[in-house]
Ligand binder design. Structure first.
Ligand SMILES: NC(=O)C1=CN([C@@H]2O[C@H](COP(=O)(O)OP(=O)(O)OC[C@H]3O[C@@H](n4cnc5c(N)ncnc54)[C@H](O)[C@@H]3O)[C@@H](O)[C@H]2O)C=CC1
Ligand SMILES: O=C(CO)COP(=O)(O)O
Length: 352
């Protein structure tokens, strides 16, 4: 592996993902500050040398500066990793943007959509910090495995090639392989929307359905994600990549997945509040489902799995009605690719 260019990096958010990435960046030789939203979280991590609440068992190198003071975290740092849950992204940016170094690269690692504005997280960052370049790091990457150095691959995406490649260079090492991708919109949508499908996969498991059902949810899930994504202008191929189908696979099958675990509990009959309490960590799909329903209405696309999850969470659809909702829909053609479907339809019409 080529020698890394050492940078001063701030990781804003010390949940499981922020902590795992701060450890990785420090191991890559960077000078890292890790900012916590809660003072007691920062103090506990500093005293215990680990994040017992969100990432137990992983030693935090002493070289990492742990702080709850934004100014301390950001001063002199030219790369800033945004690792708060998506619903707190804007408030966190508003709180610290006055302390950002001029020209600092902002790298978002959260996965979600802002429901109140119907913006992607990249758009939220660009609106709050218009002077700064934005990148995203996304893909199948549970903190619990990355922090144990289990081989993982992700994508670094930005409208700016230089920003995507800089992000790639910051994170890449022998167990964390980073590809670049120029389709920021597609990367962000894949990462956000898969969480809703993971809730559905968990519900299916909780209901006692089988592997056939899971495979169907994953396959039809990526189809509906790509349907919305392409309607919004994303590249269809991105959904076949790590931040699309890759992340969907890991989150629908792994017991590390917070979204899948919440889904399992709901499928077993627990209420949303009970499920969220039990999982304890952020379950992004619960919020993304609300935004996704608004997006599908705005772009006139059908997303039956996403809509069904929304109905379970917010419209009291009985859990026993989930499979009926999906299986007894009207007959459809399998639309794996919009361009192919169009070609087939043209051919079929010509054959008539
Ligand atoms: N955990 C993982 O394996 C991965 C998580 N992500 C994404 O990273 C983002 C963060 O997730 P996790 O680290 O898992 O979260 P987490 O559930 O482990 O931690 C949540 C963090 O949010 C903080 N917090 C609470 N209230 C806040 C507020 N008002 N403002 C700012 N921060 C507040 C908590 O103190 C805590 O540090 C999410 O968007 C998630 O989808 C992405 C890839 C992997
Ligand atoms: O996005 C993630 C892993 O890539 C984390 O989300 P989940 O924990 O719900 O799978």
């Amino acid at each position: 592996m080529e020698t890394l260019h050492r940078e001063k990096v701030a990781v804003m958010g010390s949940g499981s993902w922020g902590t795992a990435l701060a450890v990785l960046l420090a191991e890559n030789g960077h000078d890292v500050a890790l900012w916590s939203y809660r003072q007691e979280e920062a103090e506990a991590m500093a005293a215990e040398g680990e994040n017992r609440e969100f990432l137990p068992g992983i030693a935090i190198p002493k070289s990492i500066q742990i702080t709850w003071d934004c100014e301390k975290a950001l001063t002199g740092r030219q790369a800033v990793v945004l690792a708060t849950p998506s619903s707190y992204l804007r408030s966190t940016l508003q709180r610290f943007k006055g302390h950002l170094e001029r020209g600092a690269l902002l790298i978002n690692v959260a996965k979600g959509l802002e429901e109140s504005t119907l913006q992607t997280l990249g758009q939220v960052i660009a609106q709050e910090c218009p002077e700064h370049q934005v990148a995203a790091l996304s893909g199948p990457s549970h903190a619990e495995e990355v922090s144990r150095k289990i081989p993982t691959t992700v994508v670094a995406s930005s409208a700016s090639r230089a920003a995507a490649e800089r992000t790639q260079g910051l994170f890449m090492n022998e167990y964390f392989r980073v590809y670049t991708n120029p389709d920021l919109l597609g990367v962000e949508l894949g990462g956000a929307l898969k969480n809703v499908i993971a809730l559905a996969a968990g519900i299916s498991d909780g209901l006692g359905c089988g592997d056939n059902t899971k495979a169907a949810l994953m396959t039809r899930g990526i189809t509906e994600i790509a349907r919305l994504g392409t309607a919004m202008g994303a590249d269809f191929h991105t959904f076949n990549g790590l931040s699309g189908i890759g992340d969907l696979i890991v989150t629908c099958t792994s017991m590390h997945s917070r979204n899948r675990r919440a889904g399992i509990l709901i499928g077993q009959g627990k209420s949303l509040t009970e499920a969220l309490g039990e999982v304890h960590m952020v379950v992004e799909g619960v919020y993304t489902a609300q935004a996704a329903v608004k997006f599908m209405e705005r772009y006139h696309v059908e997303m039956p799995i996403t809509r069904t999850v929304y109905q379970v969470l917010y419209e009291e659809l009985p859990i026993q009605g989930v499979m009926k909702n999906l299986m007894e829909r009207e007959k459809k053609s399998e639309d794996l690719s919009w361009h192919l479907v169009t070609e087939h339809q043209v051919r079929w019409q010509e054959e008539r």
